[in-house]
Design a protein around this ligand. Sequence first.
Ligand code: BG6
Length: 501
Amino acid sequence: MRMNSAVIFMFGATGDLARRKLYPALYSMYQEGKLSERFAVIGLARRPRTNEQFRDDVRRSIDEFSRTKVSDEPGWARFVERFEYLSLDSTSLPGFQELRKMADRLDEKFDVGGNRLFYLALAPELFGTVAVNLRDGGLLETTGWHRLVIEKPFGYNLPSAQQLNKQITEVFDESEIFRIDHYLGKEMVQNIGVIRSANALFEPLWNNRHIANIQITLSETVGVEERGGYYDHSGALRDMGQNHMLQVLAMLTMEPPSRMHPEDIRDEKVKVLRSLRPYANAEEVDKYVVRGQYGPGELKGAALPGYRQEEKVDPESKTETYFAAKVLVDNFRWAGVPFYIRTGKRLPVKTTEVVVEFKNVPDNVYLAGKYRLEPNLLVFRIQPQEGVYLKINGREPGSESSIVPLSLDLHPSGGHSTPEAYERLLYDAVRGDSTYFTRWDEVASAWQFIDRIAEGWSGSAASLQSYPAGSWGPKAAEELLAEDGFKWWPVNGQNAGEPKW
Ligand code: BG6
């Protein structure tokens, strides 16, 4: 079997994801030698396109979105000659038989050795049908490996996810299924495990004896854009909560794995997802989960429409564009530590940050109660800047005993552009490393937790609160922490430049 060689089948080849992320990722991988010369890409979508047109589309997408620009034309020609296009109706078997011939030809031409990666950047309703057609069309009959890469959403709730899983596992083995959660491809999300475990400064403190609370913020400035049709059915809870937020939470809370093996790592993640305390009933959901929807507002002086005025959104929609929750992890390490998570569209800044707030030292001893000490904070800055920020206390220079916060701002990438999430994940899929893909039991446990919230909300829309576009969401999200004696720490983007805490 050849390493890193593959025919890559891009279903949804003319879509936004392929254009913005997947072609640029392939190009960067190729430029960095992460893809052998033995590969080919088949673009698949309904729309008719010639190979030339398809290659032009790929070039445009790279010129516009890639972090590695095309600098040598012969190199480009070698890369793009591997791209061919086939207009395909994913629901019709005869098209797959034609696809098989094309794939066999490219496999031979580029000496691929039978490895096949099927990337489904498609509506999830089609996943099952495509899987069956791949099998019945004879595309899985080569001697190399076969892998199915699928995008979210993986179901709408646990029962629909189970059904979807049943369909695809009739054709592919779990070990061949690579479920994408692109947050797991982000540099600093992958770095969480290293920073917390490889440092004597943090590892011994990573538990309920020393951590007061953890705050996870995934805020976006965009509204629903042209995705109203999808989003109005999904909402923030399913769009961001079930996947990205719970995955970040799992990276923060999982036990260190016994071996650095993908299955051992995923075993630990699933254990922690199973330890999330389910909300007992609708009252608890109401108490611990805040849901909001943006109304008209403004950002940086520009007037913005409310969610209900957006295209393809029901003018009476009850869909949440924001949620915040207090989450508890019932295991020995985390019992009693609240995790506050929040995400929303049309918030003031685009940022993903995790703030770990440590318990304070007793300030009455050394300071005789003279100063109120601020807690130590460790902040994972996931995006847009990548870094780690640490806030500690020190003496104010020149003063007798005034205490001031000192900060350490670290940028592990040293300002270099790090691979995009999709680049890392595609590379992992090609070499068969499933560590940063979600396994079925993780997905199922996450749905179990999320479904409780959705059920709690389904009875009434009374708790849906409106917030002005461009604001930090409903006030109730602040009360969620205030009741426990905490507050949301400002995220970096809110205080441009040096953060003020
Ligand atoms: C996607 C959601 O999974 O993640 C989008 O469907 C959201 O609604 C996006 O905008 C955010 O991703 P990122 O990488 O820009 O934070």
